[in-house]
Design a protein around this ligand. Structure first.
Ligand SMILES: C[S@@+](CC[C@H](N)C(=O)[O-])C[C@H]1O[C@@H](n2cnc3c(N)ncnc32)[C@H](O)[C@@H]1O
Length: 396
C-alpha cells in the first residue's frame, strides 16, 4: 500500500510519514464541496514521487522497515517526554496552557537551552528525526544558498496555513483576556508569557510612537498577512492606523485580500515615503543583504525604528542557519542570519540611529552545530528624521 496522491500533496512526507509535526493538524484543512460521484471513474493517477517516498519511509527491506518503525516510536516517545503528548486541535481559545512533558517540567527554565541541546544531539546521534529544525550553515550566505535548495518564504503553503488560523486569531484578540498569543503556533494558548512579553513590548512601542497623534503610519517590513495591524488596533483602539506592509508576493497578496483598505507591497515602492513607526519583527534576519535593508528602513523611519525578534550572538561572527519550518505547518525551509551583536549595533550607529531601549525576547531555538547559541533581542531606535516630515509622508 502506498500513500494516496492527496496525502503527498497536502501533508508532505518526513521520517514519520508526515511533516505536520506533533499537533497532528492537516495543513490544508479548509473543506471543499464534495464533487458528484462520476459515472465512470477515471484511471487512478499516482504521484510520481509516491514509490520513492514510500520506500524511503517504510524501508527497502523488512529489517529496515522494522528498524524505522522502532526509531519512529522512540522519536515520538522522547518528544512526548519533553513537550508533552501530541495534542488534537481542540478549538478552545481561552486559557489553554501549552502542554509540557514530564521531563521538561522538571528542568529549571535556565537549563532549558542546555536540555534542548542534549535532546538535539540524542536525536542526531540516534538518527531519530529525518530533519534537524535549525542548523548552522557557515558564514557565507551565497555558499549556503548554492549548496542548500530551500524553498524559502515565498511559498503558497504559508498564507494557506496562516489564513486557516485567521478567524481564531481574531477571536483571541476580542475581549479583555491576556494577549499571550503566538500567531505562528496552533493557537492553543493565550497565556504564553514569552509571547505576552513580545506583544506588550510592541504595545509599548506603538504607544510611544503614536504619542500626541490621532493617526499613525506604520511600515511593517516582513509583516506577513498583517497580524501586527490587528494587534496595533487592539492595543490602541483610539488611534487610526495607516498600515503598510512589505512582504513577499504570496503573503502580500493574502494580506491585501484580508485588509483591502490597507497597503501591501511586494516591491520597494513602500520606501518612497516616511512612517511614524517602522517595524521589522523577526524579518531582518531573512534578508541576505540585511545591511541594505536596515539602511532603507532607517531612511524611511520618521521617529522610531523597532527591530525585534532578531537572533544575535555575542562573540562568534555573524553566521547563516537554516530553519526547516515543518512544525509550524509550513512545508518549507529558509535561510536566516544570526547576527553578531556588535556588528549589528555598529551598523545602526553608522546610520545615525539612537538606541532608546533594548528588549528581551523569549525565543531561543537551538541551532545545531552553531559555534555559539543565539539569543533573541529587540531594539527600539529613534531615527534622525523628524516626526513632522514623517507625518506628511516626506523623506530627508
Ligand atoms: C518569522 S516571519 C515574521 C512575521 C511577523 N513579522 C511576526 O513577527 O510575527 C518572517 C517574515 O519575513 C518575511 N520576509 C522574508 N524575506 C522578506 C523580504 N525579502 N521582504 C519582505 N518580507 C520578507 C517572510 O515572508 C515572513 O512573513
Amino acid at each position: 500500500m502506498r500513500p494516496p496522491y492527496a496525502l503527498v500533496e497536502n501533508i508532505g512526507f518526513g521520517e514519520l510519514a508526515t511533516n505536520t509535526g506533533l499537533s497532528w493538524e492537516w495543513r490544508r484543512n479548509e473543506m471543499q464541496i464534495c464533487p458528484k460521484a462520476p459515472e465512470k471513474w477515471p484511471d487512478a493517477v499516482e504521484n510520481d514521487q509516491c514509490p520513492d517516498l514510500w520506500r524511503s519511509v517504510y524501508g527497502r527491506s523488512n529489517l529496515e522497515y522494522f528498524y524505522k518503525r522502532i526509531r519512529g516510536m522512540a522519536s515520538l516517545r522522547i518528544t512526548g517526554l519533553f513537550n508533552g503528548p501530541a495534542r488534537l486541535k481542540t478549538g478552545r481559545v481561552n486559557g489553554q496552557a501549552d502542554s509540557v512533558g514530564p521531563v521538561k517540567s522538571l528542568i529549571p527554565p535556565a537549563l532549558l537551552p542546555l536540555a534542548r541541546r542534549v535532546r538535539c544531539q540524542i536525536f542526531k546521534t540516534l538518527k531519530l528525526h529525518s530533519h534537524i529544525e535549525y542548523e548552522y550553515l557557515g558564514s557565507d550566505w551565497d555558499h549556503a544558498e548554492t549548496h542548500f535548495a530551500g524553498k524559502g518564504w515565498n511559498v503558497e503553503d504559508i498564507p494557506v496555513a496562516e489564513k486557516s488560523k485567521w478567524t481564531k486569531f481574531q477571536a483571541m484578540l476580542q475581549g479583555t483576556g491576556p494577549l499571550g498569543i503566538s500567531h505562528e503556533s496552533s493557537l492553543n494558548s493565550q497565556t504564553d508569557i514569552g509571547q505576552h512579553n513580545t506583544i506588550m513590548t510592541f504595545a509599548y512601542v506603538t504607544a510611544l510612537a503614536s504619542r500626541g497623534l490621532s493617526a499613525m503610519s506604520i511600515l511593517d517590513w516582513g509583516g506577513g498577512i498583517g497580524h501586527y495591524y490587528s494587534l496595533a488596533k487592539t492595543v490602541l483602539p483610539e488611534v487610526t492606523i495607516d498600515y503598510h506592509c512589505k512582504e513577499l508576493p504570496y503573503l502580500a497578496m493574502c494580506g491585501a485580500e484580508l485588509f483591502p483598505e490597507q497597503h501591501f507591497y511586494s516591491d520597494n515602492s513602500c520606501l518612497e515615503r516616511a512612517y511614524d513607526l517602522v517595524l521589522a519583527s523577526s524579518s531582518l534576519q531573512y534578508a541576505k543583504g540585511w545591511k541594505d535593508v536596515l539602511t532603507d528602513l532607517a531612511r524611511v523611519s520618521g521617529g522610531y525604528l523597532f527591530i525585534t525578534r532578531t537572533p544575535l550572538v555575542e562573540t562568534a561572527k555573524s553566521f547563516v542557519f537554516v530553519q526547516r519550518a515543518y512544525t509550524f505547518g509550513y512545508n518549507t525551509e529558509y535561510l536566516a542570519w544570526c547576527l553578531n551583536r556588535s556588528a549589528f549595533l555598529a551598523e545602526t550607529q553608522k546610520l545615525g540611529l539612537t538606541l532608546i531601549r533594548e528588549f528581551l525576547v523569549s525565543e531561543q531555538p537551538y541551532i545545531f552545530r552553531a559555534p555559539e547559541q543565539c539569543i533573541y533581542r529587540g531594539f527600539l531606535f529613534r531615527s534622525p528624521i523628524n516626526r513632522e516630515a514623517a507625518s506628511e509622508g516626506g523623506l530627508r
